[in-house]
Design a protein around this ligand. Structure first.
Ligand SMILES: *[C@@H]1O[C@H](CO)[C@@H](O)[C@H](O)[C@H]1NC(C)=O
Ligand SMILES: *[C@@H]1O[C@H](CO)[C@@H](O)[C@H](O)[C@H]1NC(C)=O
Ligand SMILES: *[C@@H]1O[C@H](CO)[C@@H](O)[C@H](O)[C@H]1NC(C)=O
Ligand SMILES: *[C@@H]1O[C@H](CO)[C@@H](O)[C@H](O)[C@H]1NC(C)=O
Ligand SMILES: *[C@@H]1O[C@H](CO)[C@@H](O)[C@H](O)[C@H]1NC(C)=O
Ligand SMILES: *[C@@H]1O[C@H](CO)[C@@H](O)[C@H](O)[C@H]1NC(C)=O
Ligand SMILES: *[C@@H]1O[C@H](CO)[C@@H](O)[C@H](O)[C@H]1NC(C)=O
Ligand SMILES: *[C@@H]1O[C@H](CO)[C@@H](O)[C@H](O)[C@H]1NC(C)=O
Ligand SMILES: *[C@@H]1O[C@H](CO)[C@@H](O)[C@H](O)[C@H]1NC(C)=O
Ligand SMILES: *[C@@H]1O[C@H](CO)[C@@H](O)[C@H](O)[C@H]1NC(C)=O
Ligand SMILES: *[C@@H]1O[C@H](CO)[C@@H](O)[C@H](O)[C@H]1NC(C)=O
Length: 767
């Protein structure tokens, strides 16, 4: 029997609850604060099940620093709200449908009522607690569409302020702030309240969107007041039962004769009645905080943690493993049945931040770990295309937005297709959706970040006119070079699905295979890095065909208006992985290619904290030198990843960062859009991944983790697959995942090239 360790929970419930639970075997290692600081921006609040709509957590304001997930360790608490994202950069989104506990008379609920904490917040999977300087303690739990707020007020009670205008602010000045556009709140005779709030903006620049809510208290408030006003100026504050309009509106619910109050809050994109129904269905009478926490931990354990098991006992390793699994299942949000004004009966997932970040490592891992949800996500992409006209590259509040490079849903769809995802996916619509990206110029966005380039940052491929006319992208378009290499990858994705479908009624696959090579048109063999003495880079190219001067070591501002987005010519010149053999040739052959990679890594310009560089340390595989990939990835993981709030080197980006680490740990690395997985060096004596249907991928090595780390015994000496010797430095989906497999590595401290010499390198289907 294991006592479920819930911190102060058991005591403050006023009951002695000991629970028999095997969940703690995993849950103790899944740290909700893993990567929540240091730029990781992980959401540490309550996510009651993978992909749940409700993500209930604290909202803190420092007055200067953006709280992307609502959380900051310092600053003042402005509320506890029902919707958040996790790991984002850019600017905060959501932080809506909030309650704030306040003590004492509230003469004006529109003024700043924020309060500091008296102790650091605590959390477990499915549970969050805060202690406020006003003496209020608050514990949170949740279900998919409802939140549980359990208040402990000081003697004399307190009030719950429901400010419909509450959102997460942004101080960065990018013009990506969220705005409140109006709302309503009505208090009913039985003390519950209902309403809606409409908001716009955030990182995806969405137009107005509306969330409906319903709030119930377990004991009737001693007084309920509504308010309305503008700024901090009160217009009305009193007993009126309903307020609405474009002004700030809300309610103040006071409890003067009780110190313990529970509030259950539901949300819905459809109606406030539906929000109430969610509460009643998901948190019926008899629901307890500990029961909700238990249910959340069960959901996470059965759906996520228990799928990856190991006999290793190193707590640091297990914390990295289970916290990373946790952090990559917070987004997207499963909003099936909650599409406003639109229900086609298909699954629906929102909150993609962003496929540009996620397509390399996260979506391929979701396919392995969550095949059912993954098929729903693929169907949802196609459904979004049917409804909105374009696939998303990023999406939030039911609105496509913020395309950074290519149309990377194409890569995700191709990956699903080539790995055999069929089920209920309509692949004729799927390939049509991809062809829309490939052939239809999206309406201009007039995004101020990209001026004077007006082309779309909302969806699709804004620079498509140049891509079709010249076979490359001129500086008339922002991010011309980084878009070009991504469009090549996207066109390869289109090719993969067309070739696989092999239907003469569809577009010709070879058109897209040809287009997938157009990244080569940006390759200037004379472009020279003087810092690292290397020649040959993808550079900007004018309409008349001439290459423009470009220092490969810099990328200007490296942002929206520049030639390369968030990384430089070195990184983007490595990124056409479907055409890697050609890149090796352009670089002067395998030895010269490996030397080029060495310059890049040893030159200190590599950045694992951003997704365009995720695959680069594995590219030695294409030079037949996978031990050099292993040396790089192991060093990067040791140097840049840890445990605790600073565990991640940069934005989690909805778990992209964690999934890079997880592939590294498992000793495999996906090449999205192909069935290929590169072999790395597993971190475990043994690790087992449940694939469903009784199938497992069991990976083993002859060296347990601690000895691997202490003696750097992580170089592959030999590999066997299902007991037979294996000499390629890569495997396919069919080899290891489709039916399950036993993959065994012999590791030692000496780099070894013998085992893979003579075997074919990983495929380069466009070369
Ligand atoms: C709170 O406000 C009420 C009504 O305005 C007033 O009667 C009461 O004295 C106030 N209490 C405190 C503690 O300020
Ligand atoms: C919000 O609720 C009010 C009051 O029921 C209603 O009049 C209004 O139409 C709702 N707003 C939206 C956007 O649904
Ligand atoms: C609590 O508030 C109600 C309604 O405002 C009032 O009637 C009652 O006397 C108050 N009780 C205490 C203990 O202050
Ligand atoms: C609210 O106040 C601002 C300035 O403080 C003013 O510009 C705006 O018109 C006001 N809105 C309404 C609805 O009165
Ligand atoms: C997504 O949500 C819908 C509706 O709640 C549910 O039927 C479905 O099972 C969910 N998908 C997964 C993978 O949990
Ligand atoms: C494609 O379809 C044609 C005609 O049905 C068939 O002959 C050919 O073998 C198919 N090719 C592939 C790669 O399946
Ligand atoms: C693809 O490129 C090759 C070589 O340039 C050319 O021969 C072929 O016609 C092209 N195919 C299509 C469909 O454009
Ligand atoms: C730069 O590289 C070239 C060709 O690889 C080599 O000949 C030359 O010596 C190098 N220059 C320096 C300063 O290392
Ligand atoms: C090509 O265009 C670029 C940029 O507009 C210009 O600088 C260059 O002189 C042109 N070259 C030729 C040969 O016309
Ligand atoms: C693979 O691992 C699972 C879970 O640990 C285990 O049940 C299964 O027997 C293993 N398969 C083989 C062939 O060892
Ligand atoms: C446990 O694993 C961590 C992470 O790899 C490592 O740093 C540490 O040295 C290991 N502990 C021992 C005792 O080997």
């Amino acid at each position: 029997m294991i006592v479920l360790a819930l911190g102060g929970l058991v005591g403050s419930l006023g009951a002695t609850t000991t629970t028999s639970s095997s969940y703690n075997d995993y849950v103790q290692y899944a740290d909700p604060f893993f990567g929540s600081e240091n730029g990781g921006n992980l959401f540490p609040g309550v996510v009651p099940a993978p992909f749940s709509t409700v993500k209930l957590g604290i909202d803190v304001s420092s007055g200067t620093t953006d709280a992307y997930s609502g959380y900051l360790p310092g600053g003042r608490v402005t509320g506890f709200s029902m919707m958040h994202e996790s790991g984002t950069g850019g600017a905060p989104k959501y932080g809506v449908v909030s309650q704030l506990p306040v003590v004492g008379n509230i003469s004006n609920p529109l003024i700043d009522l924020s309060v500091s904490r008296s102790a650091p917040d605590t959390a477990q999977v499915g549970y969050y607690a805060a202690e406020l300087a006003n003496g209020v303690g608050l514990q949170l739990a949740a279900t998919s569409h409802a939140g549980w707020y359990q208040y402990r007020f000081p003697d004399g009670g307190g009030s719950v302020v429901v400010d419909v205008s509450h959102v997460l602010p942004s101080y960065r000045g990018l013009g990506w702030e969220q705005h409140y556009a109006g709302g309503s709140l009505e208090v009913f005779d039985d003390g519950h309240y209902e309403g809606n709030g409409t908001y716009n903006g955030g990182w995806n620049l969405s137009p107005d969107w509306t969330i409906h809510f319903c709030g119930r208290f377990d004991s009737p408030p001693s007084s309920s007041k509504t308010f309305s006003g503008n700024g901090t100026r009160l217009w009305e504050y009193g007993a009126r039962s309903a307020v609405s309009g474009s002004q700030r509106v809300g309610g103040v619910f006071s409890f003067n004769d009780t110190t313990h109050v529970v509030s259950r809050v539901g949300i819905s994109f459809i109606s406030s009645a539906r929000a109430c129904e969610h509460i009643d269905a998901e948190m019926p009478a008899g629901t307890t905080l500990s029961g909700l926490v238990q249910a959340a931990q069960e959901a996470w354990t059965t759906q996520v943690f228990s799928k990856v098991t190991t006999a290793e006992t190193n707590a640091t390793l297990l914390t990295q493993l289970y916290s990373s699994l946790y952090g990559m299942h917070l987004l997207p949000s499963n909003r099936t049945g909650e599409m406003p004004g639109w229900d086609d009966g298909e699954p629906y997932y929102d909150d993609w931040f962003t496929l540009w970040d996620l397509f390399r490592c996260t979506t391929p891992l979701l396919h392995v770990l969550q095949p059912d949800a993954y098929e729903e996500m693929i169907r949802s992409f196609v459904g979004i295309w049917r409804h909105d006209g374009f696939l998303p590259d990023a999406r939030s509040s039911n609105y496509n937005g913020r395309v950074q490079g290519g149309s990377n849903a194409d890569n995700v769809l191709a990956d699903a297709y080539v790995k055999g995802v069929r089920g209920a996916v309509d692949w004729f619509d799927g390939v049509d959706a991809m062809l829309t990206d490939a052939e239809t110029v999206p309406a201009p966005s007039y995004d101020p970040m990209t001026a004077p380039d007006i082309s779309s940052t909302k969806e699709g491929r804004g620079a498509l006119p140049d891509w079709l006319e010249y076979g490359y992208i001129t500086p008339a378009y922002s991010r011309a070079v980084s878009r070009a290499v991504e469009y090549s990858v996207n066109d390869f994705a289109v090719y993969q699905v067309l070739a696989g479908m092999n239907d003469s009624h569809l577009a010709s696959p070879s058109v897209y295979l040809n287009r997938s090579r157009q990244w080569r048109n940006h390759w200037n063999p004379l472009a020279h890095s003087s810092a690292l003495n290397e020649s040959g880079f993808m550079v900007p190219r004018a309409a008349n065909g001439s290459f423009l001067p470009q220092d490969p070591d810099t990328c200007g501002g490296c942002y929206w208006p520049d030639a390369y987005y968030e990384d430089n010519a070195w990184t983007y010149s490595f990124n056409a992985h479907h055409d890697a053999a050609h890149l090796v040739t352009l670089s002067g052959g395998p030895a010269a290619f490996a030397a080029r990679l060495d310059k890049f890594f040893d030159g200190g310009i590599y950045n694992v904290a951003n997704e365009p560089g995720f695959t680069t340390p594995y590219l030695y595989h294409f030079a037949g030198a996978s031990h050099r990939s292993v040396a790089r990835i192991r060093a990067i993981a040791q140097r840049s990843f840890g445990v605790g709030p600073a565990a991640l080197p940069g934005n989690s980006d909805a778990g992209a960062m964690q999934s890079w680490l997880l592939w590294n740990m498992m000793g495999l690395y996906p090449l999205t859009g192909q069935t290929t997985f590169l072999l790395g060096s597993p971190w475990f004596g043994s690790v087992s991944v449940a694939l469903g249907g009784g199938r497992f991928l069991n990976v083993s090595t002859n060296v347990a983790h601690d000895e691997q780390v202490q003696a750097q015994k992580w170089f592959v000496q030999s590999v066997s697959l299902d007991g037979a010797p294996w000499s390629k430095n890569w495997v396919t989906w069919e080899d290891v995942f489709e039916h399950g497999a036993e993959l065994a590595f012999v590791l030692d401290a000496t780099p070894n090239t013998a085992w893979e010499s003579g075997a074919p390198p990983p495929p380069s289907p466009a070369s």
